[in-house]
Design a protein around this ligand. Structure first.
Ligand code: TPP
Ligand code: MG
Length: 321
């Protein structure tokens, strides 16, 4: 029973992220959302499993594929959808869009377009924790393609040297845009990179949310208890293109279909059934999620556009900060 009760909110989050992004894709195709839109569909168990192991006051950083992480952290679907629509009620006041979600209240610190550059920022947050003597840890998500930028190595180097409470999570979805890992990286196992920085590491499958939660918890405990940083490589896959404009010609239909057999939302749903939850109760949960996503779309459609003055208010720190 306990296992089932623990899985229900995780399934709900997985399903919410999936449905949120499916509706975002639809709105994008209708021209309601401008700019870029990078979907997390297929990778949801990474963000949800991680969040289940984190504390609400831990610091979380992500690259531009950030919707799932923000929603898992607890950002409201309304504020997230409004951000995609470029509305003032968005989590970045409509100024950031898809790539730049930010939600201080939920300790979600972005949303960055410069891939890998944010590892140094996350190391900074972890340094703050150590310096202040609090026990908040920092978690930084990045893609397989982002490990070759300077910021990644700078952040890793200081984290290892100063034994910072940092967990660096490489979401290895096998591609950087259309480029397979074999063409970007000389090693096949990212955890070997941890050795050079004196960091612990772990590598695991990212499709079963419970497996993710379990492995994340170990790394988080290590960071929180003064054991230093960890590099995690989570094996995952994105079911959609890199962005909405990617026809995905670099992979075969067969590869995609094979990978979809390990859909994290379906796996969690099946696990609930195996744990004795009945179809009707799951359908009721799905209906709740459906209403929440529809409400977010309606809210975003009707919200006020981003305001020019917000740009000035957010460039300079307010005097009372
Ligand atoms: C410093 C930098 N160089 C190049 C780019 C262009 N770019 C955008 S996404 C991307 C690939 C990222 O792949 P990965 O890190 O594996 O993330 P994924 O899209 O698979 O989630 C690149 C090279 C960028 N945003 N920043
Ligand atoms: Mg990738």
């Amino acid at each position: 029973m306990a296992k089932r009760d623990e899985l229900i909110p995780l399934y709900r989050q997985l399903h919410l992220i999936r449905r949120f992004e499916e509706e975002a894709a639809r709105a994008y195709a209708k021209g309601r959302i401008g700019g870029f839109l990078h979907l997390y569909i297929g990778q949801e168990a990474v963000a949800v499993g991680a969040n289940a192991a984190l504390r609400a006051d831990d610091y979380v950083f992500q690259t531009y594929r950030d919707h799932g992480t923000a929603l898992a952290r607890g950002s409201s679907p309304r504020a997230c959808m409004a951000e995609l629509y470029g509305k003032d009620a968005g989590c970045s006041r409509g100024l950031g869009g898809s790539m730049h979600f930010f939600d201080v209240a939920n300790n979600f610190y972005g949303g960055y377009g410069i891939i890998g550059g944010h590892v140094a920022l996350a190391a900074g947050a972890a340094y703050k924790s150590k310096y202040a003597g609090d026990d908040r840890i920092a978690m930084c998500f990045l893609g397989d393609g982002a490990t070759n930028i300077g910021g990644f190595h700078e952040g890793m180097s200081l984290a290892g040297l100063w034994k910072l409470p940092l967990v660096v999570v490489i979401e290895n979805n096998a591609y950087a845009m259309g480029t397979p890992m074999s063409r970007t990286t000389a090693v096949t196992d990212f955890t070997t990179k941890a050795v050079g920085y004196g960091m612990a590491s772990d590598r695991f499958d990212g499709h079963d949310v419970r497996v993710v939660q379990e492995h994340m918890a170990k790394a988080i405990d290590r960071a929180r208890s003064g054991g230093g940083p960890t590099l995690l490589e989570v094996m995952t896959y994105r079911f959609r293109g890199h962005s909405m404009s990617d026809p995905g010609k670099y992979r075969t239909k067969e590869e995609l279909e094979e990978r979809k057999k390990r859909d994290p939302v379906k796996l969690a749903r099946q696990a609930l059934l195996d744990l004795g939850m009945n179809e009707e109760d799951i359908a009721a949960l799905d209906a709740e999620v459906e209403a929440e996503v529809q409400d977010a779309v309606d809210f975003a459609e009707n919200a006020e556009p981003a305001k020019a003055e917000a740009m000035w208010q957010t460039v300079m720190a307010p005097e009372d900060l």
